[in-house]
Design a protein around this ligand. Structure first.
Ligand code: R5P
Length: 310
């Protein structure tokens, strides 16, 4: 097995390599003066089972091109099988046409990755599970829920926990976390805009009063969804609100927004690399390196990946 890291999340790639006790393959993924991507693999990979680790996070298009060009280099170097390990799959939110004459970019990106020569994909918490079907190659979609549940149990055992989905679309994810927390009760934030131009109303479905509410979402981008949901939960009498998110996109002023919110803490995984958080930040990182390391080990070993979640 060989592990190749492009540049979007080197700390995670190194942590996965440490878990697998396998050094990263010597390679150079760099830019020409005009910013074109160039890849040179400096070890023989002929006949090897190669895993390319690259999140397609911001700058999404550059990171996607690095992934594609790594795959092309490996293909042309006669790697036996290439797995695109994409802890965060960018463009996932464009998974349907929101209106006429709009693209389904998640499908286009899946096509491009396949065309580049990937034989399989390993990713985590796709925005919608159906995106697996956008790839015509085997695709394993891992879940961060077990890692989150272990963290919650270690830090919040004994509290009156309630898992909350910040929107109706996230109920399945929230239920799966609640099950792992000894069937904690569930609440749902139902956002509605009664008429165009009117402000959004948040209805909470569930009795949150006195509970330690745990919001769970796949992505935190601007932070608006979580911060607004947390405020609505506190208005309904929640004891406190914290949030767990698989992918900390955290664009623009998201971190400041979270720090200024009523959230006591936001926990994100390290699927997306981010340089140091500010001192006293409410954001904490949870590593998914062992989970990815184990999944890679099992894929290479041709053993079950789903049993990781039993
Ligand atoms: C939406 O369907 C996603 O699950 C997230 O709730 C959304 O992307 C979060 O975005 P933001 O942090 O900008 O509200």
């Amino acid at each position: 097995m060989k592990l190749l890291a492009a540049n979007s999340n080197l700390p995670l790639a190194r942590a996965i390599a440490d878990y697998l006790e396998t050094p990263l393959t010597k390679a150079s993924v760099r830019r020409f003066a005009d910013e074109e991507v160039f890849v040179e693999v400096n070890e023989n990979v002929r006949g090897e089972d190669v895993f390319v680790i690259q999140s397609t996070s911001f700058p999404t298009n550059d990171n996607l091109m690095e992934l594609l060009i790594c795959i092309d280099a490996l293909k042309r170097a006669s790697a036996k099988r290439i797995t695109a390990v994409i802890p965060y799959f960018g463009y996932a939110r464009q998974d349907r046409k929101p209106g006429p004459r709009t693209p389904i970019s998640a499908k286009l990106v899946a096509n491009i990755i396949t065309t580049a020569g990937a034989d399989r994909v390993l990713t985590m918490d796709l925005h919608a599970g159906q995106i697996q079907g956008f790839f015509d190659i085997p695709t394993d979609n891992l879940w961060a829920a077990p890692v989150m549940a272990a963290d919650i149990q270690a830090r919040h055992a004994g509290k009156k926990l309630m898992v909350v989905s910040p929107d109706v679309g996230g109920v399945v994810r929230a239920r799966s976390l609640a099950k792992r927390l000894d069937n904690a009760p569930l609440a749902i934030v139902d956002k509605r805009r009664e008429a165009a131009g009117e402000s959004e109303v948040m209805n909470i479905i569930g009795e949150v009063e006195g509970h330690c509410c745990i919001l769970i979402d796949d992505i935190v981008d601007s932070g608006g969804t979580l911060c607004n949901a947390a405020a609505a939960l506190m208005d309904q009498g929640a004891a406190n609100v914290l949030a767990y998110c698989s992918h900390g996109v955290l664009s623009g002023a998201a971190e400041a927004r979270v720090n200024a919110s009523v959230l006591t803490e936001l926990v994100v995984t390290d699927s997306i690399y981010r340089e140091g958080l500010t001192d006293g930040s409410k954001i904490r990182r949870l590593t998914i390196a062992p989970m990815f390391g184990e999944a890679i080990h099992r894929i290479a070993d041709e053993s079950s990946v789903s049993s990781l979640f039993d």
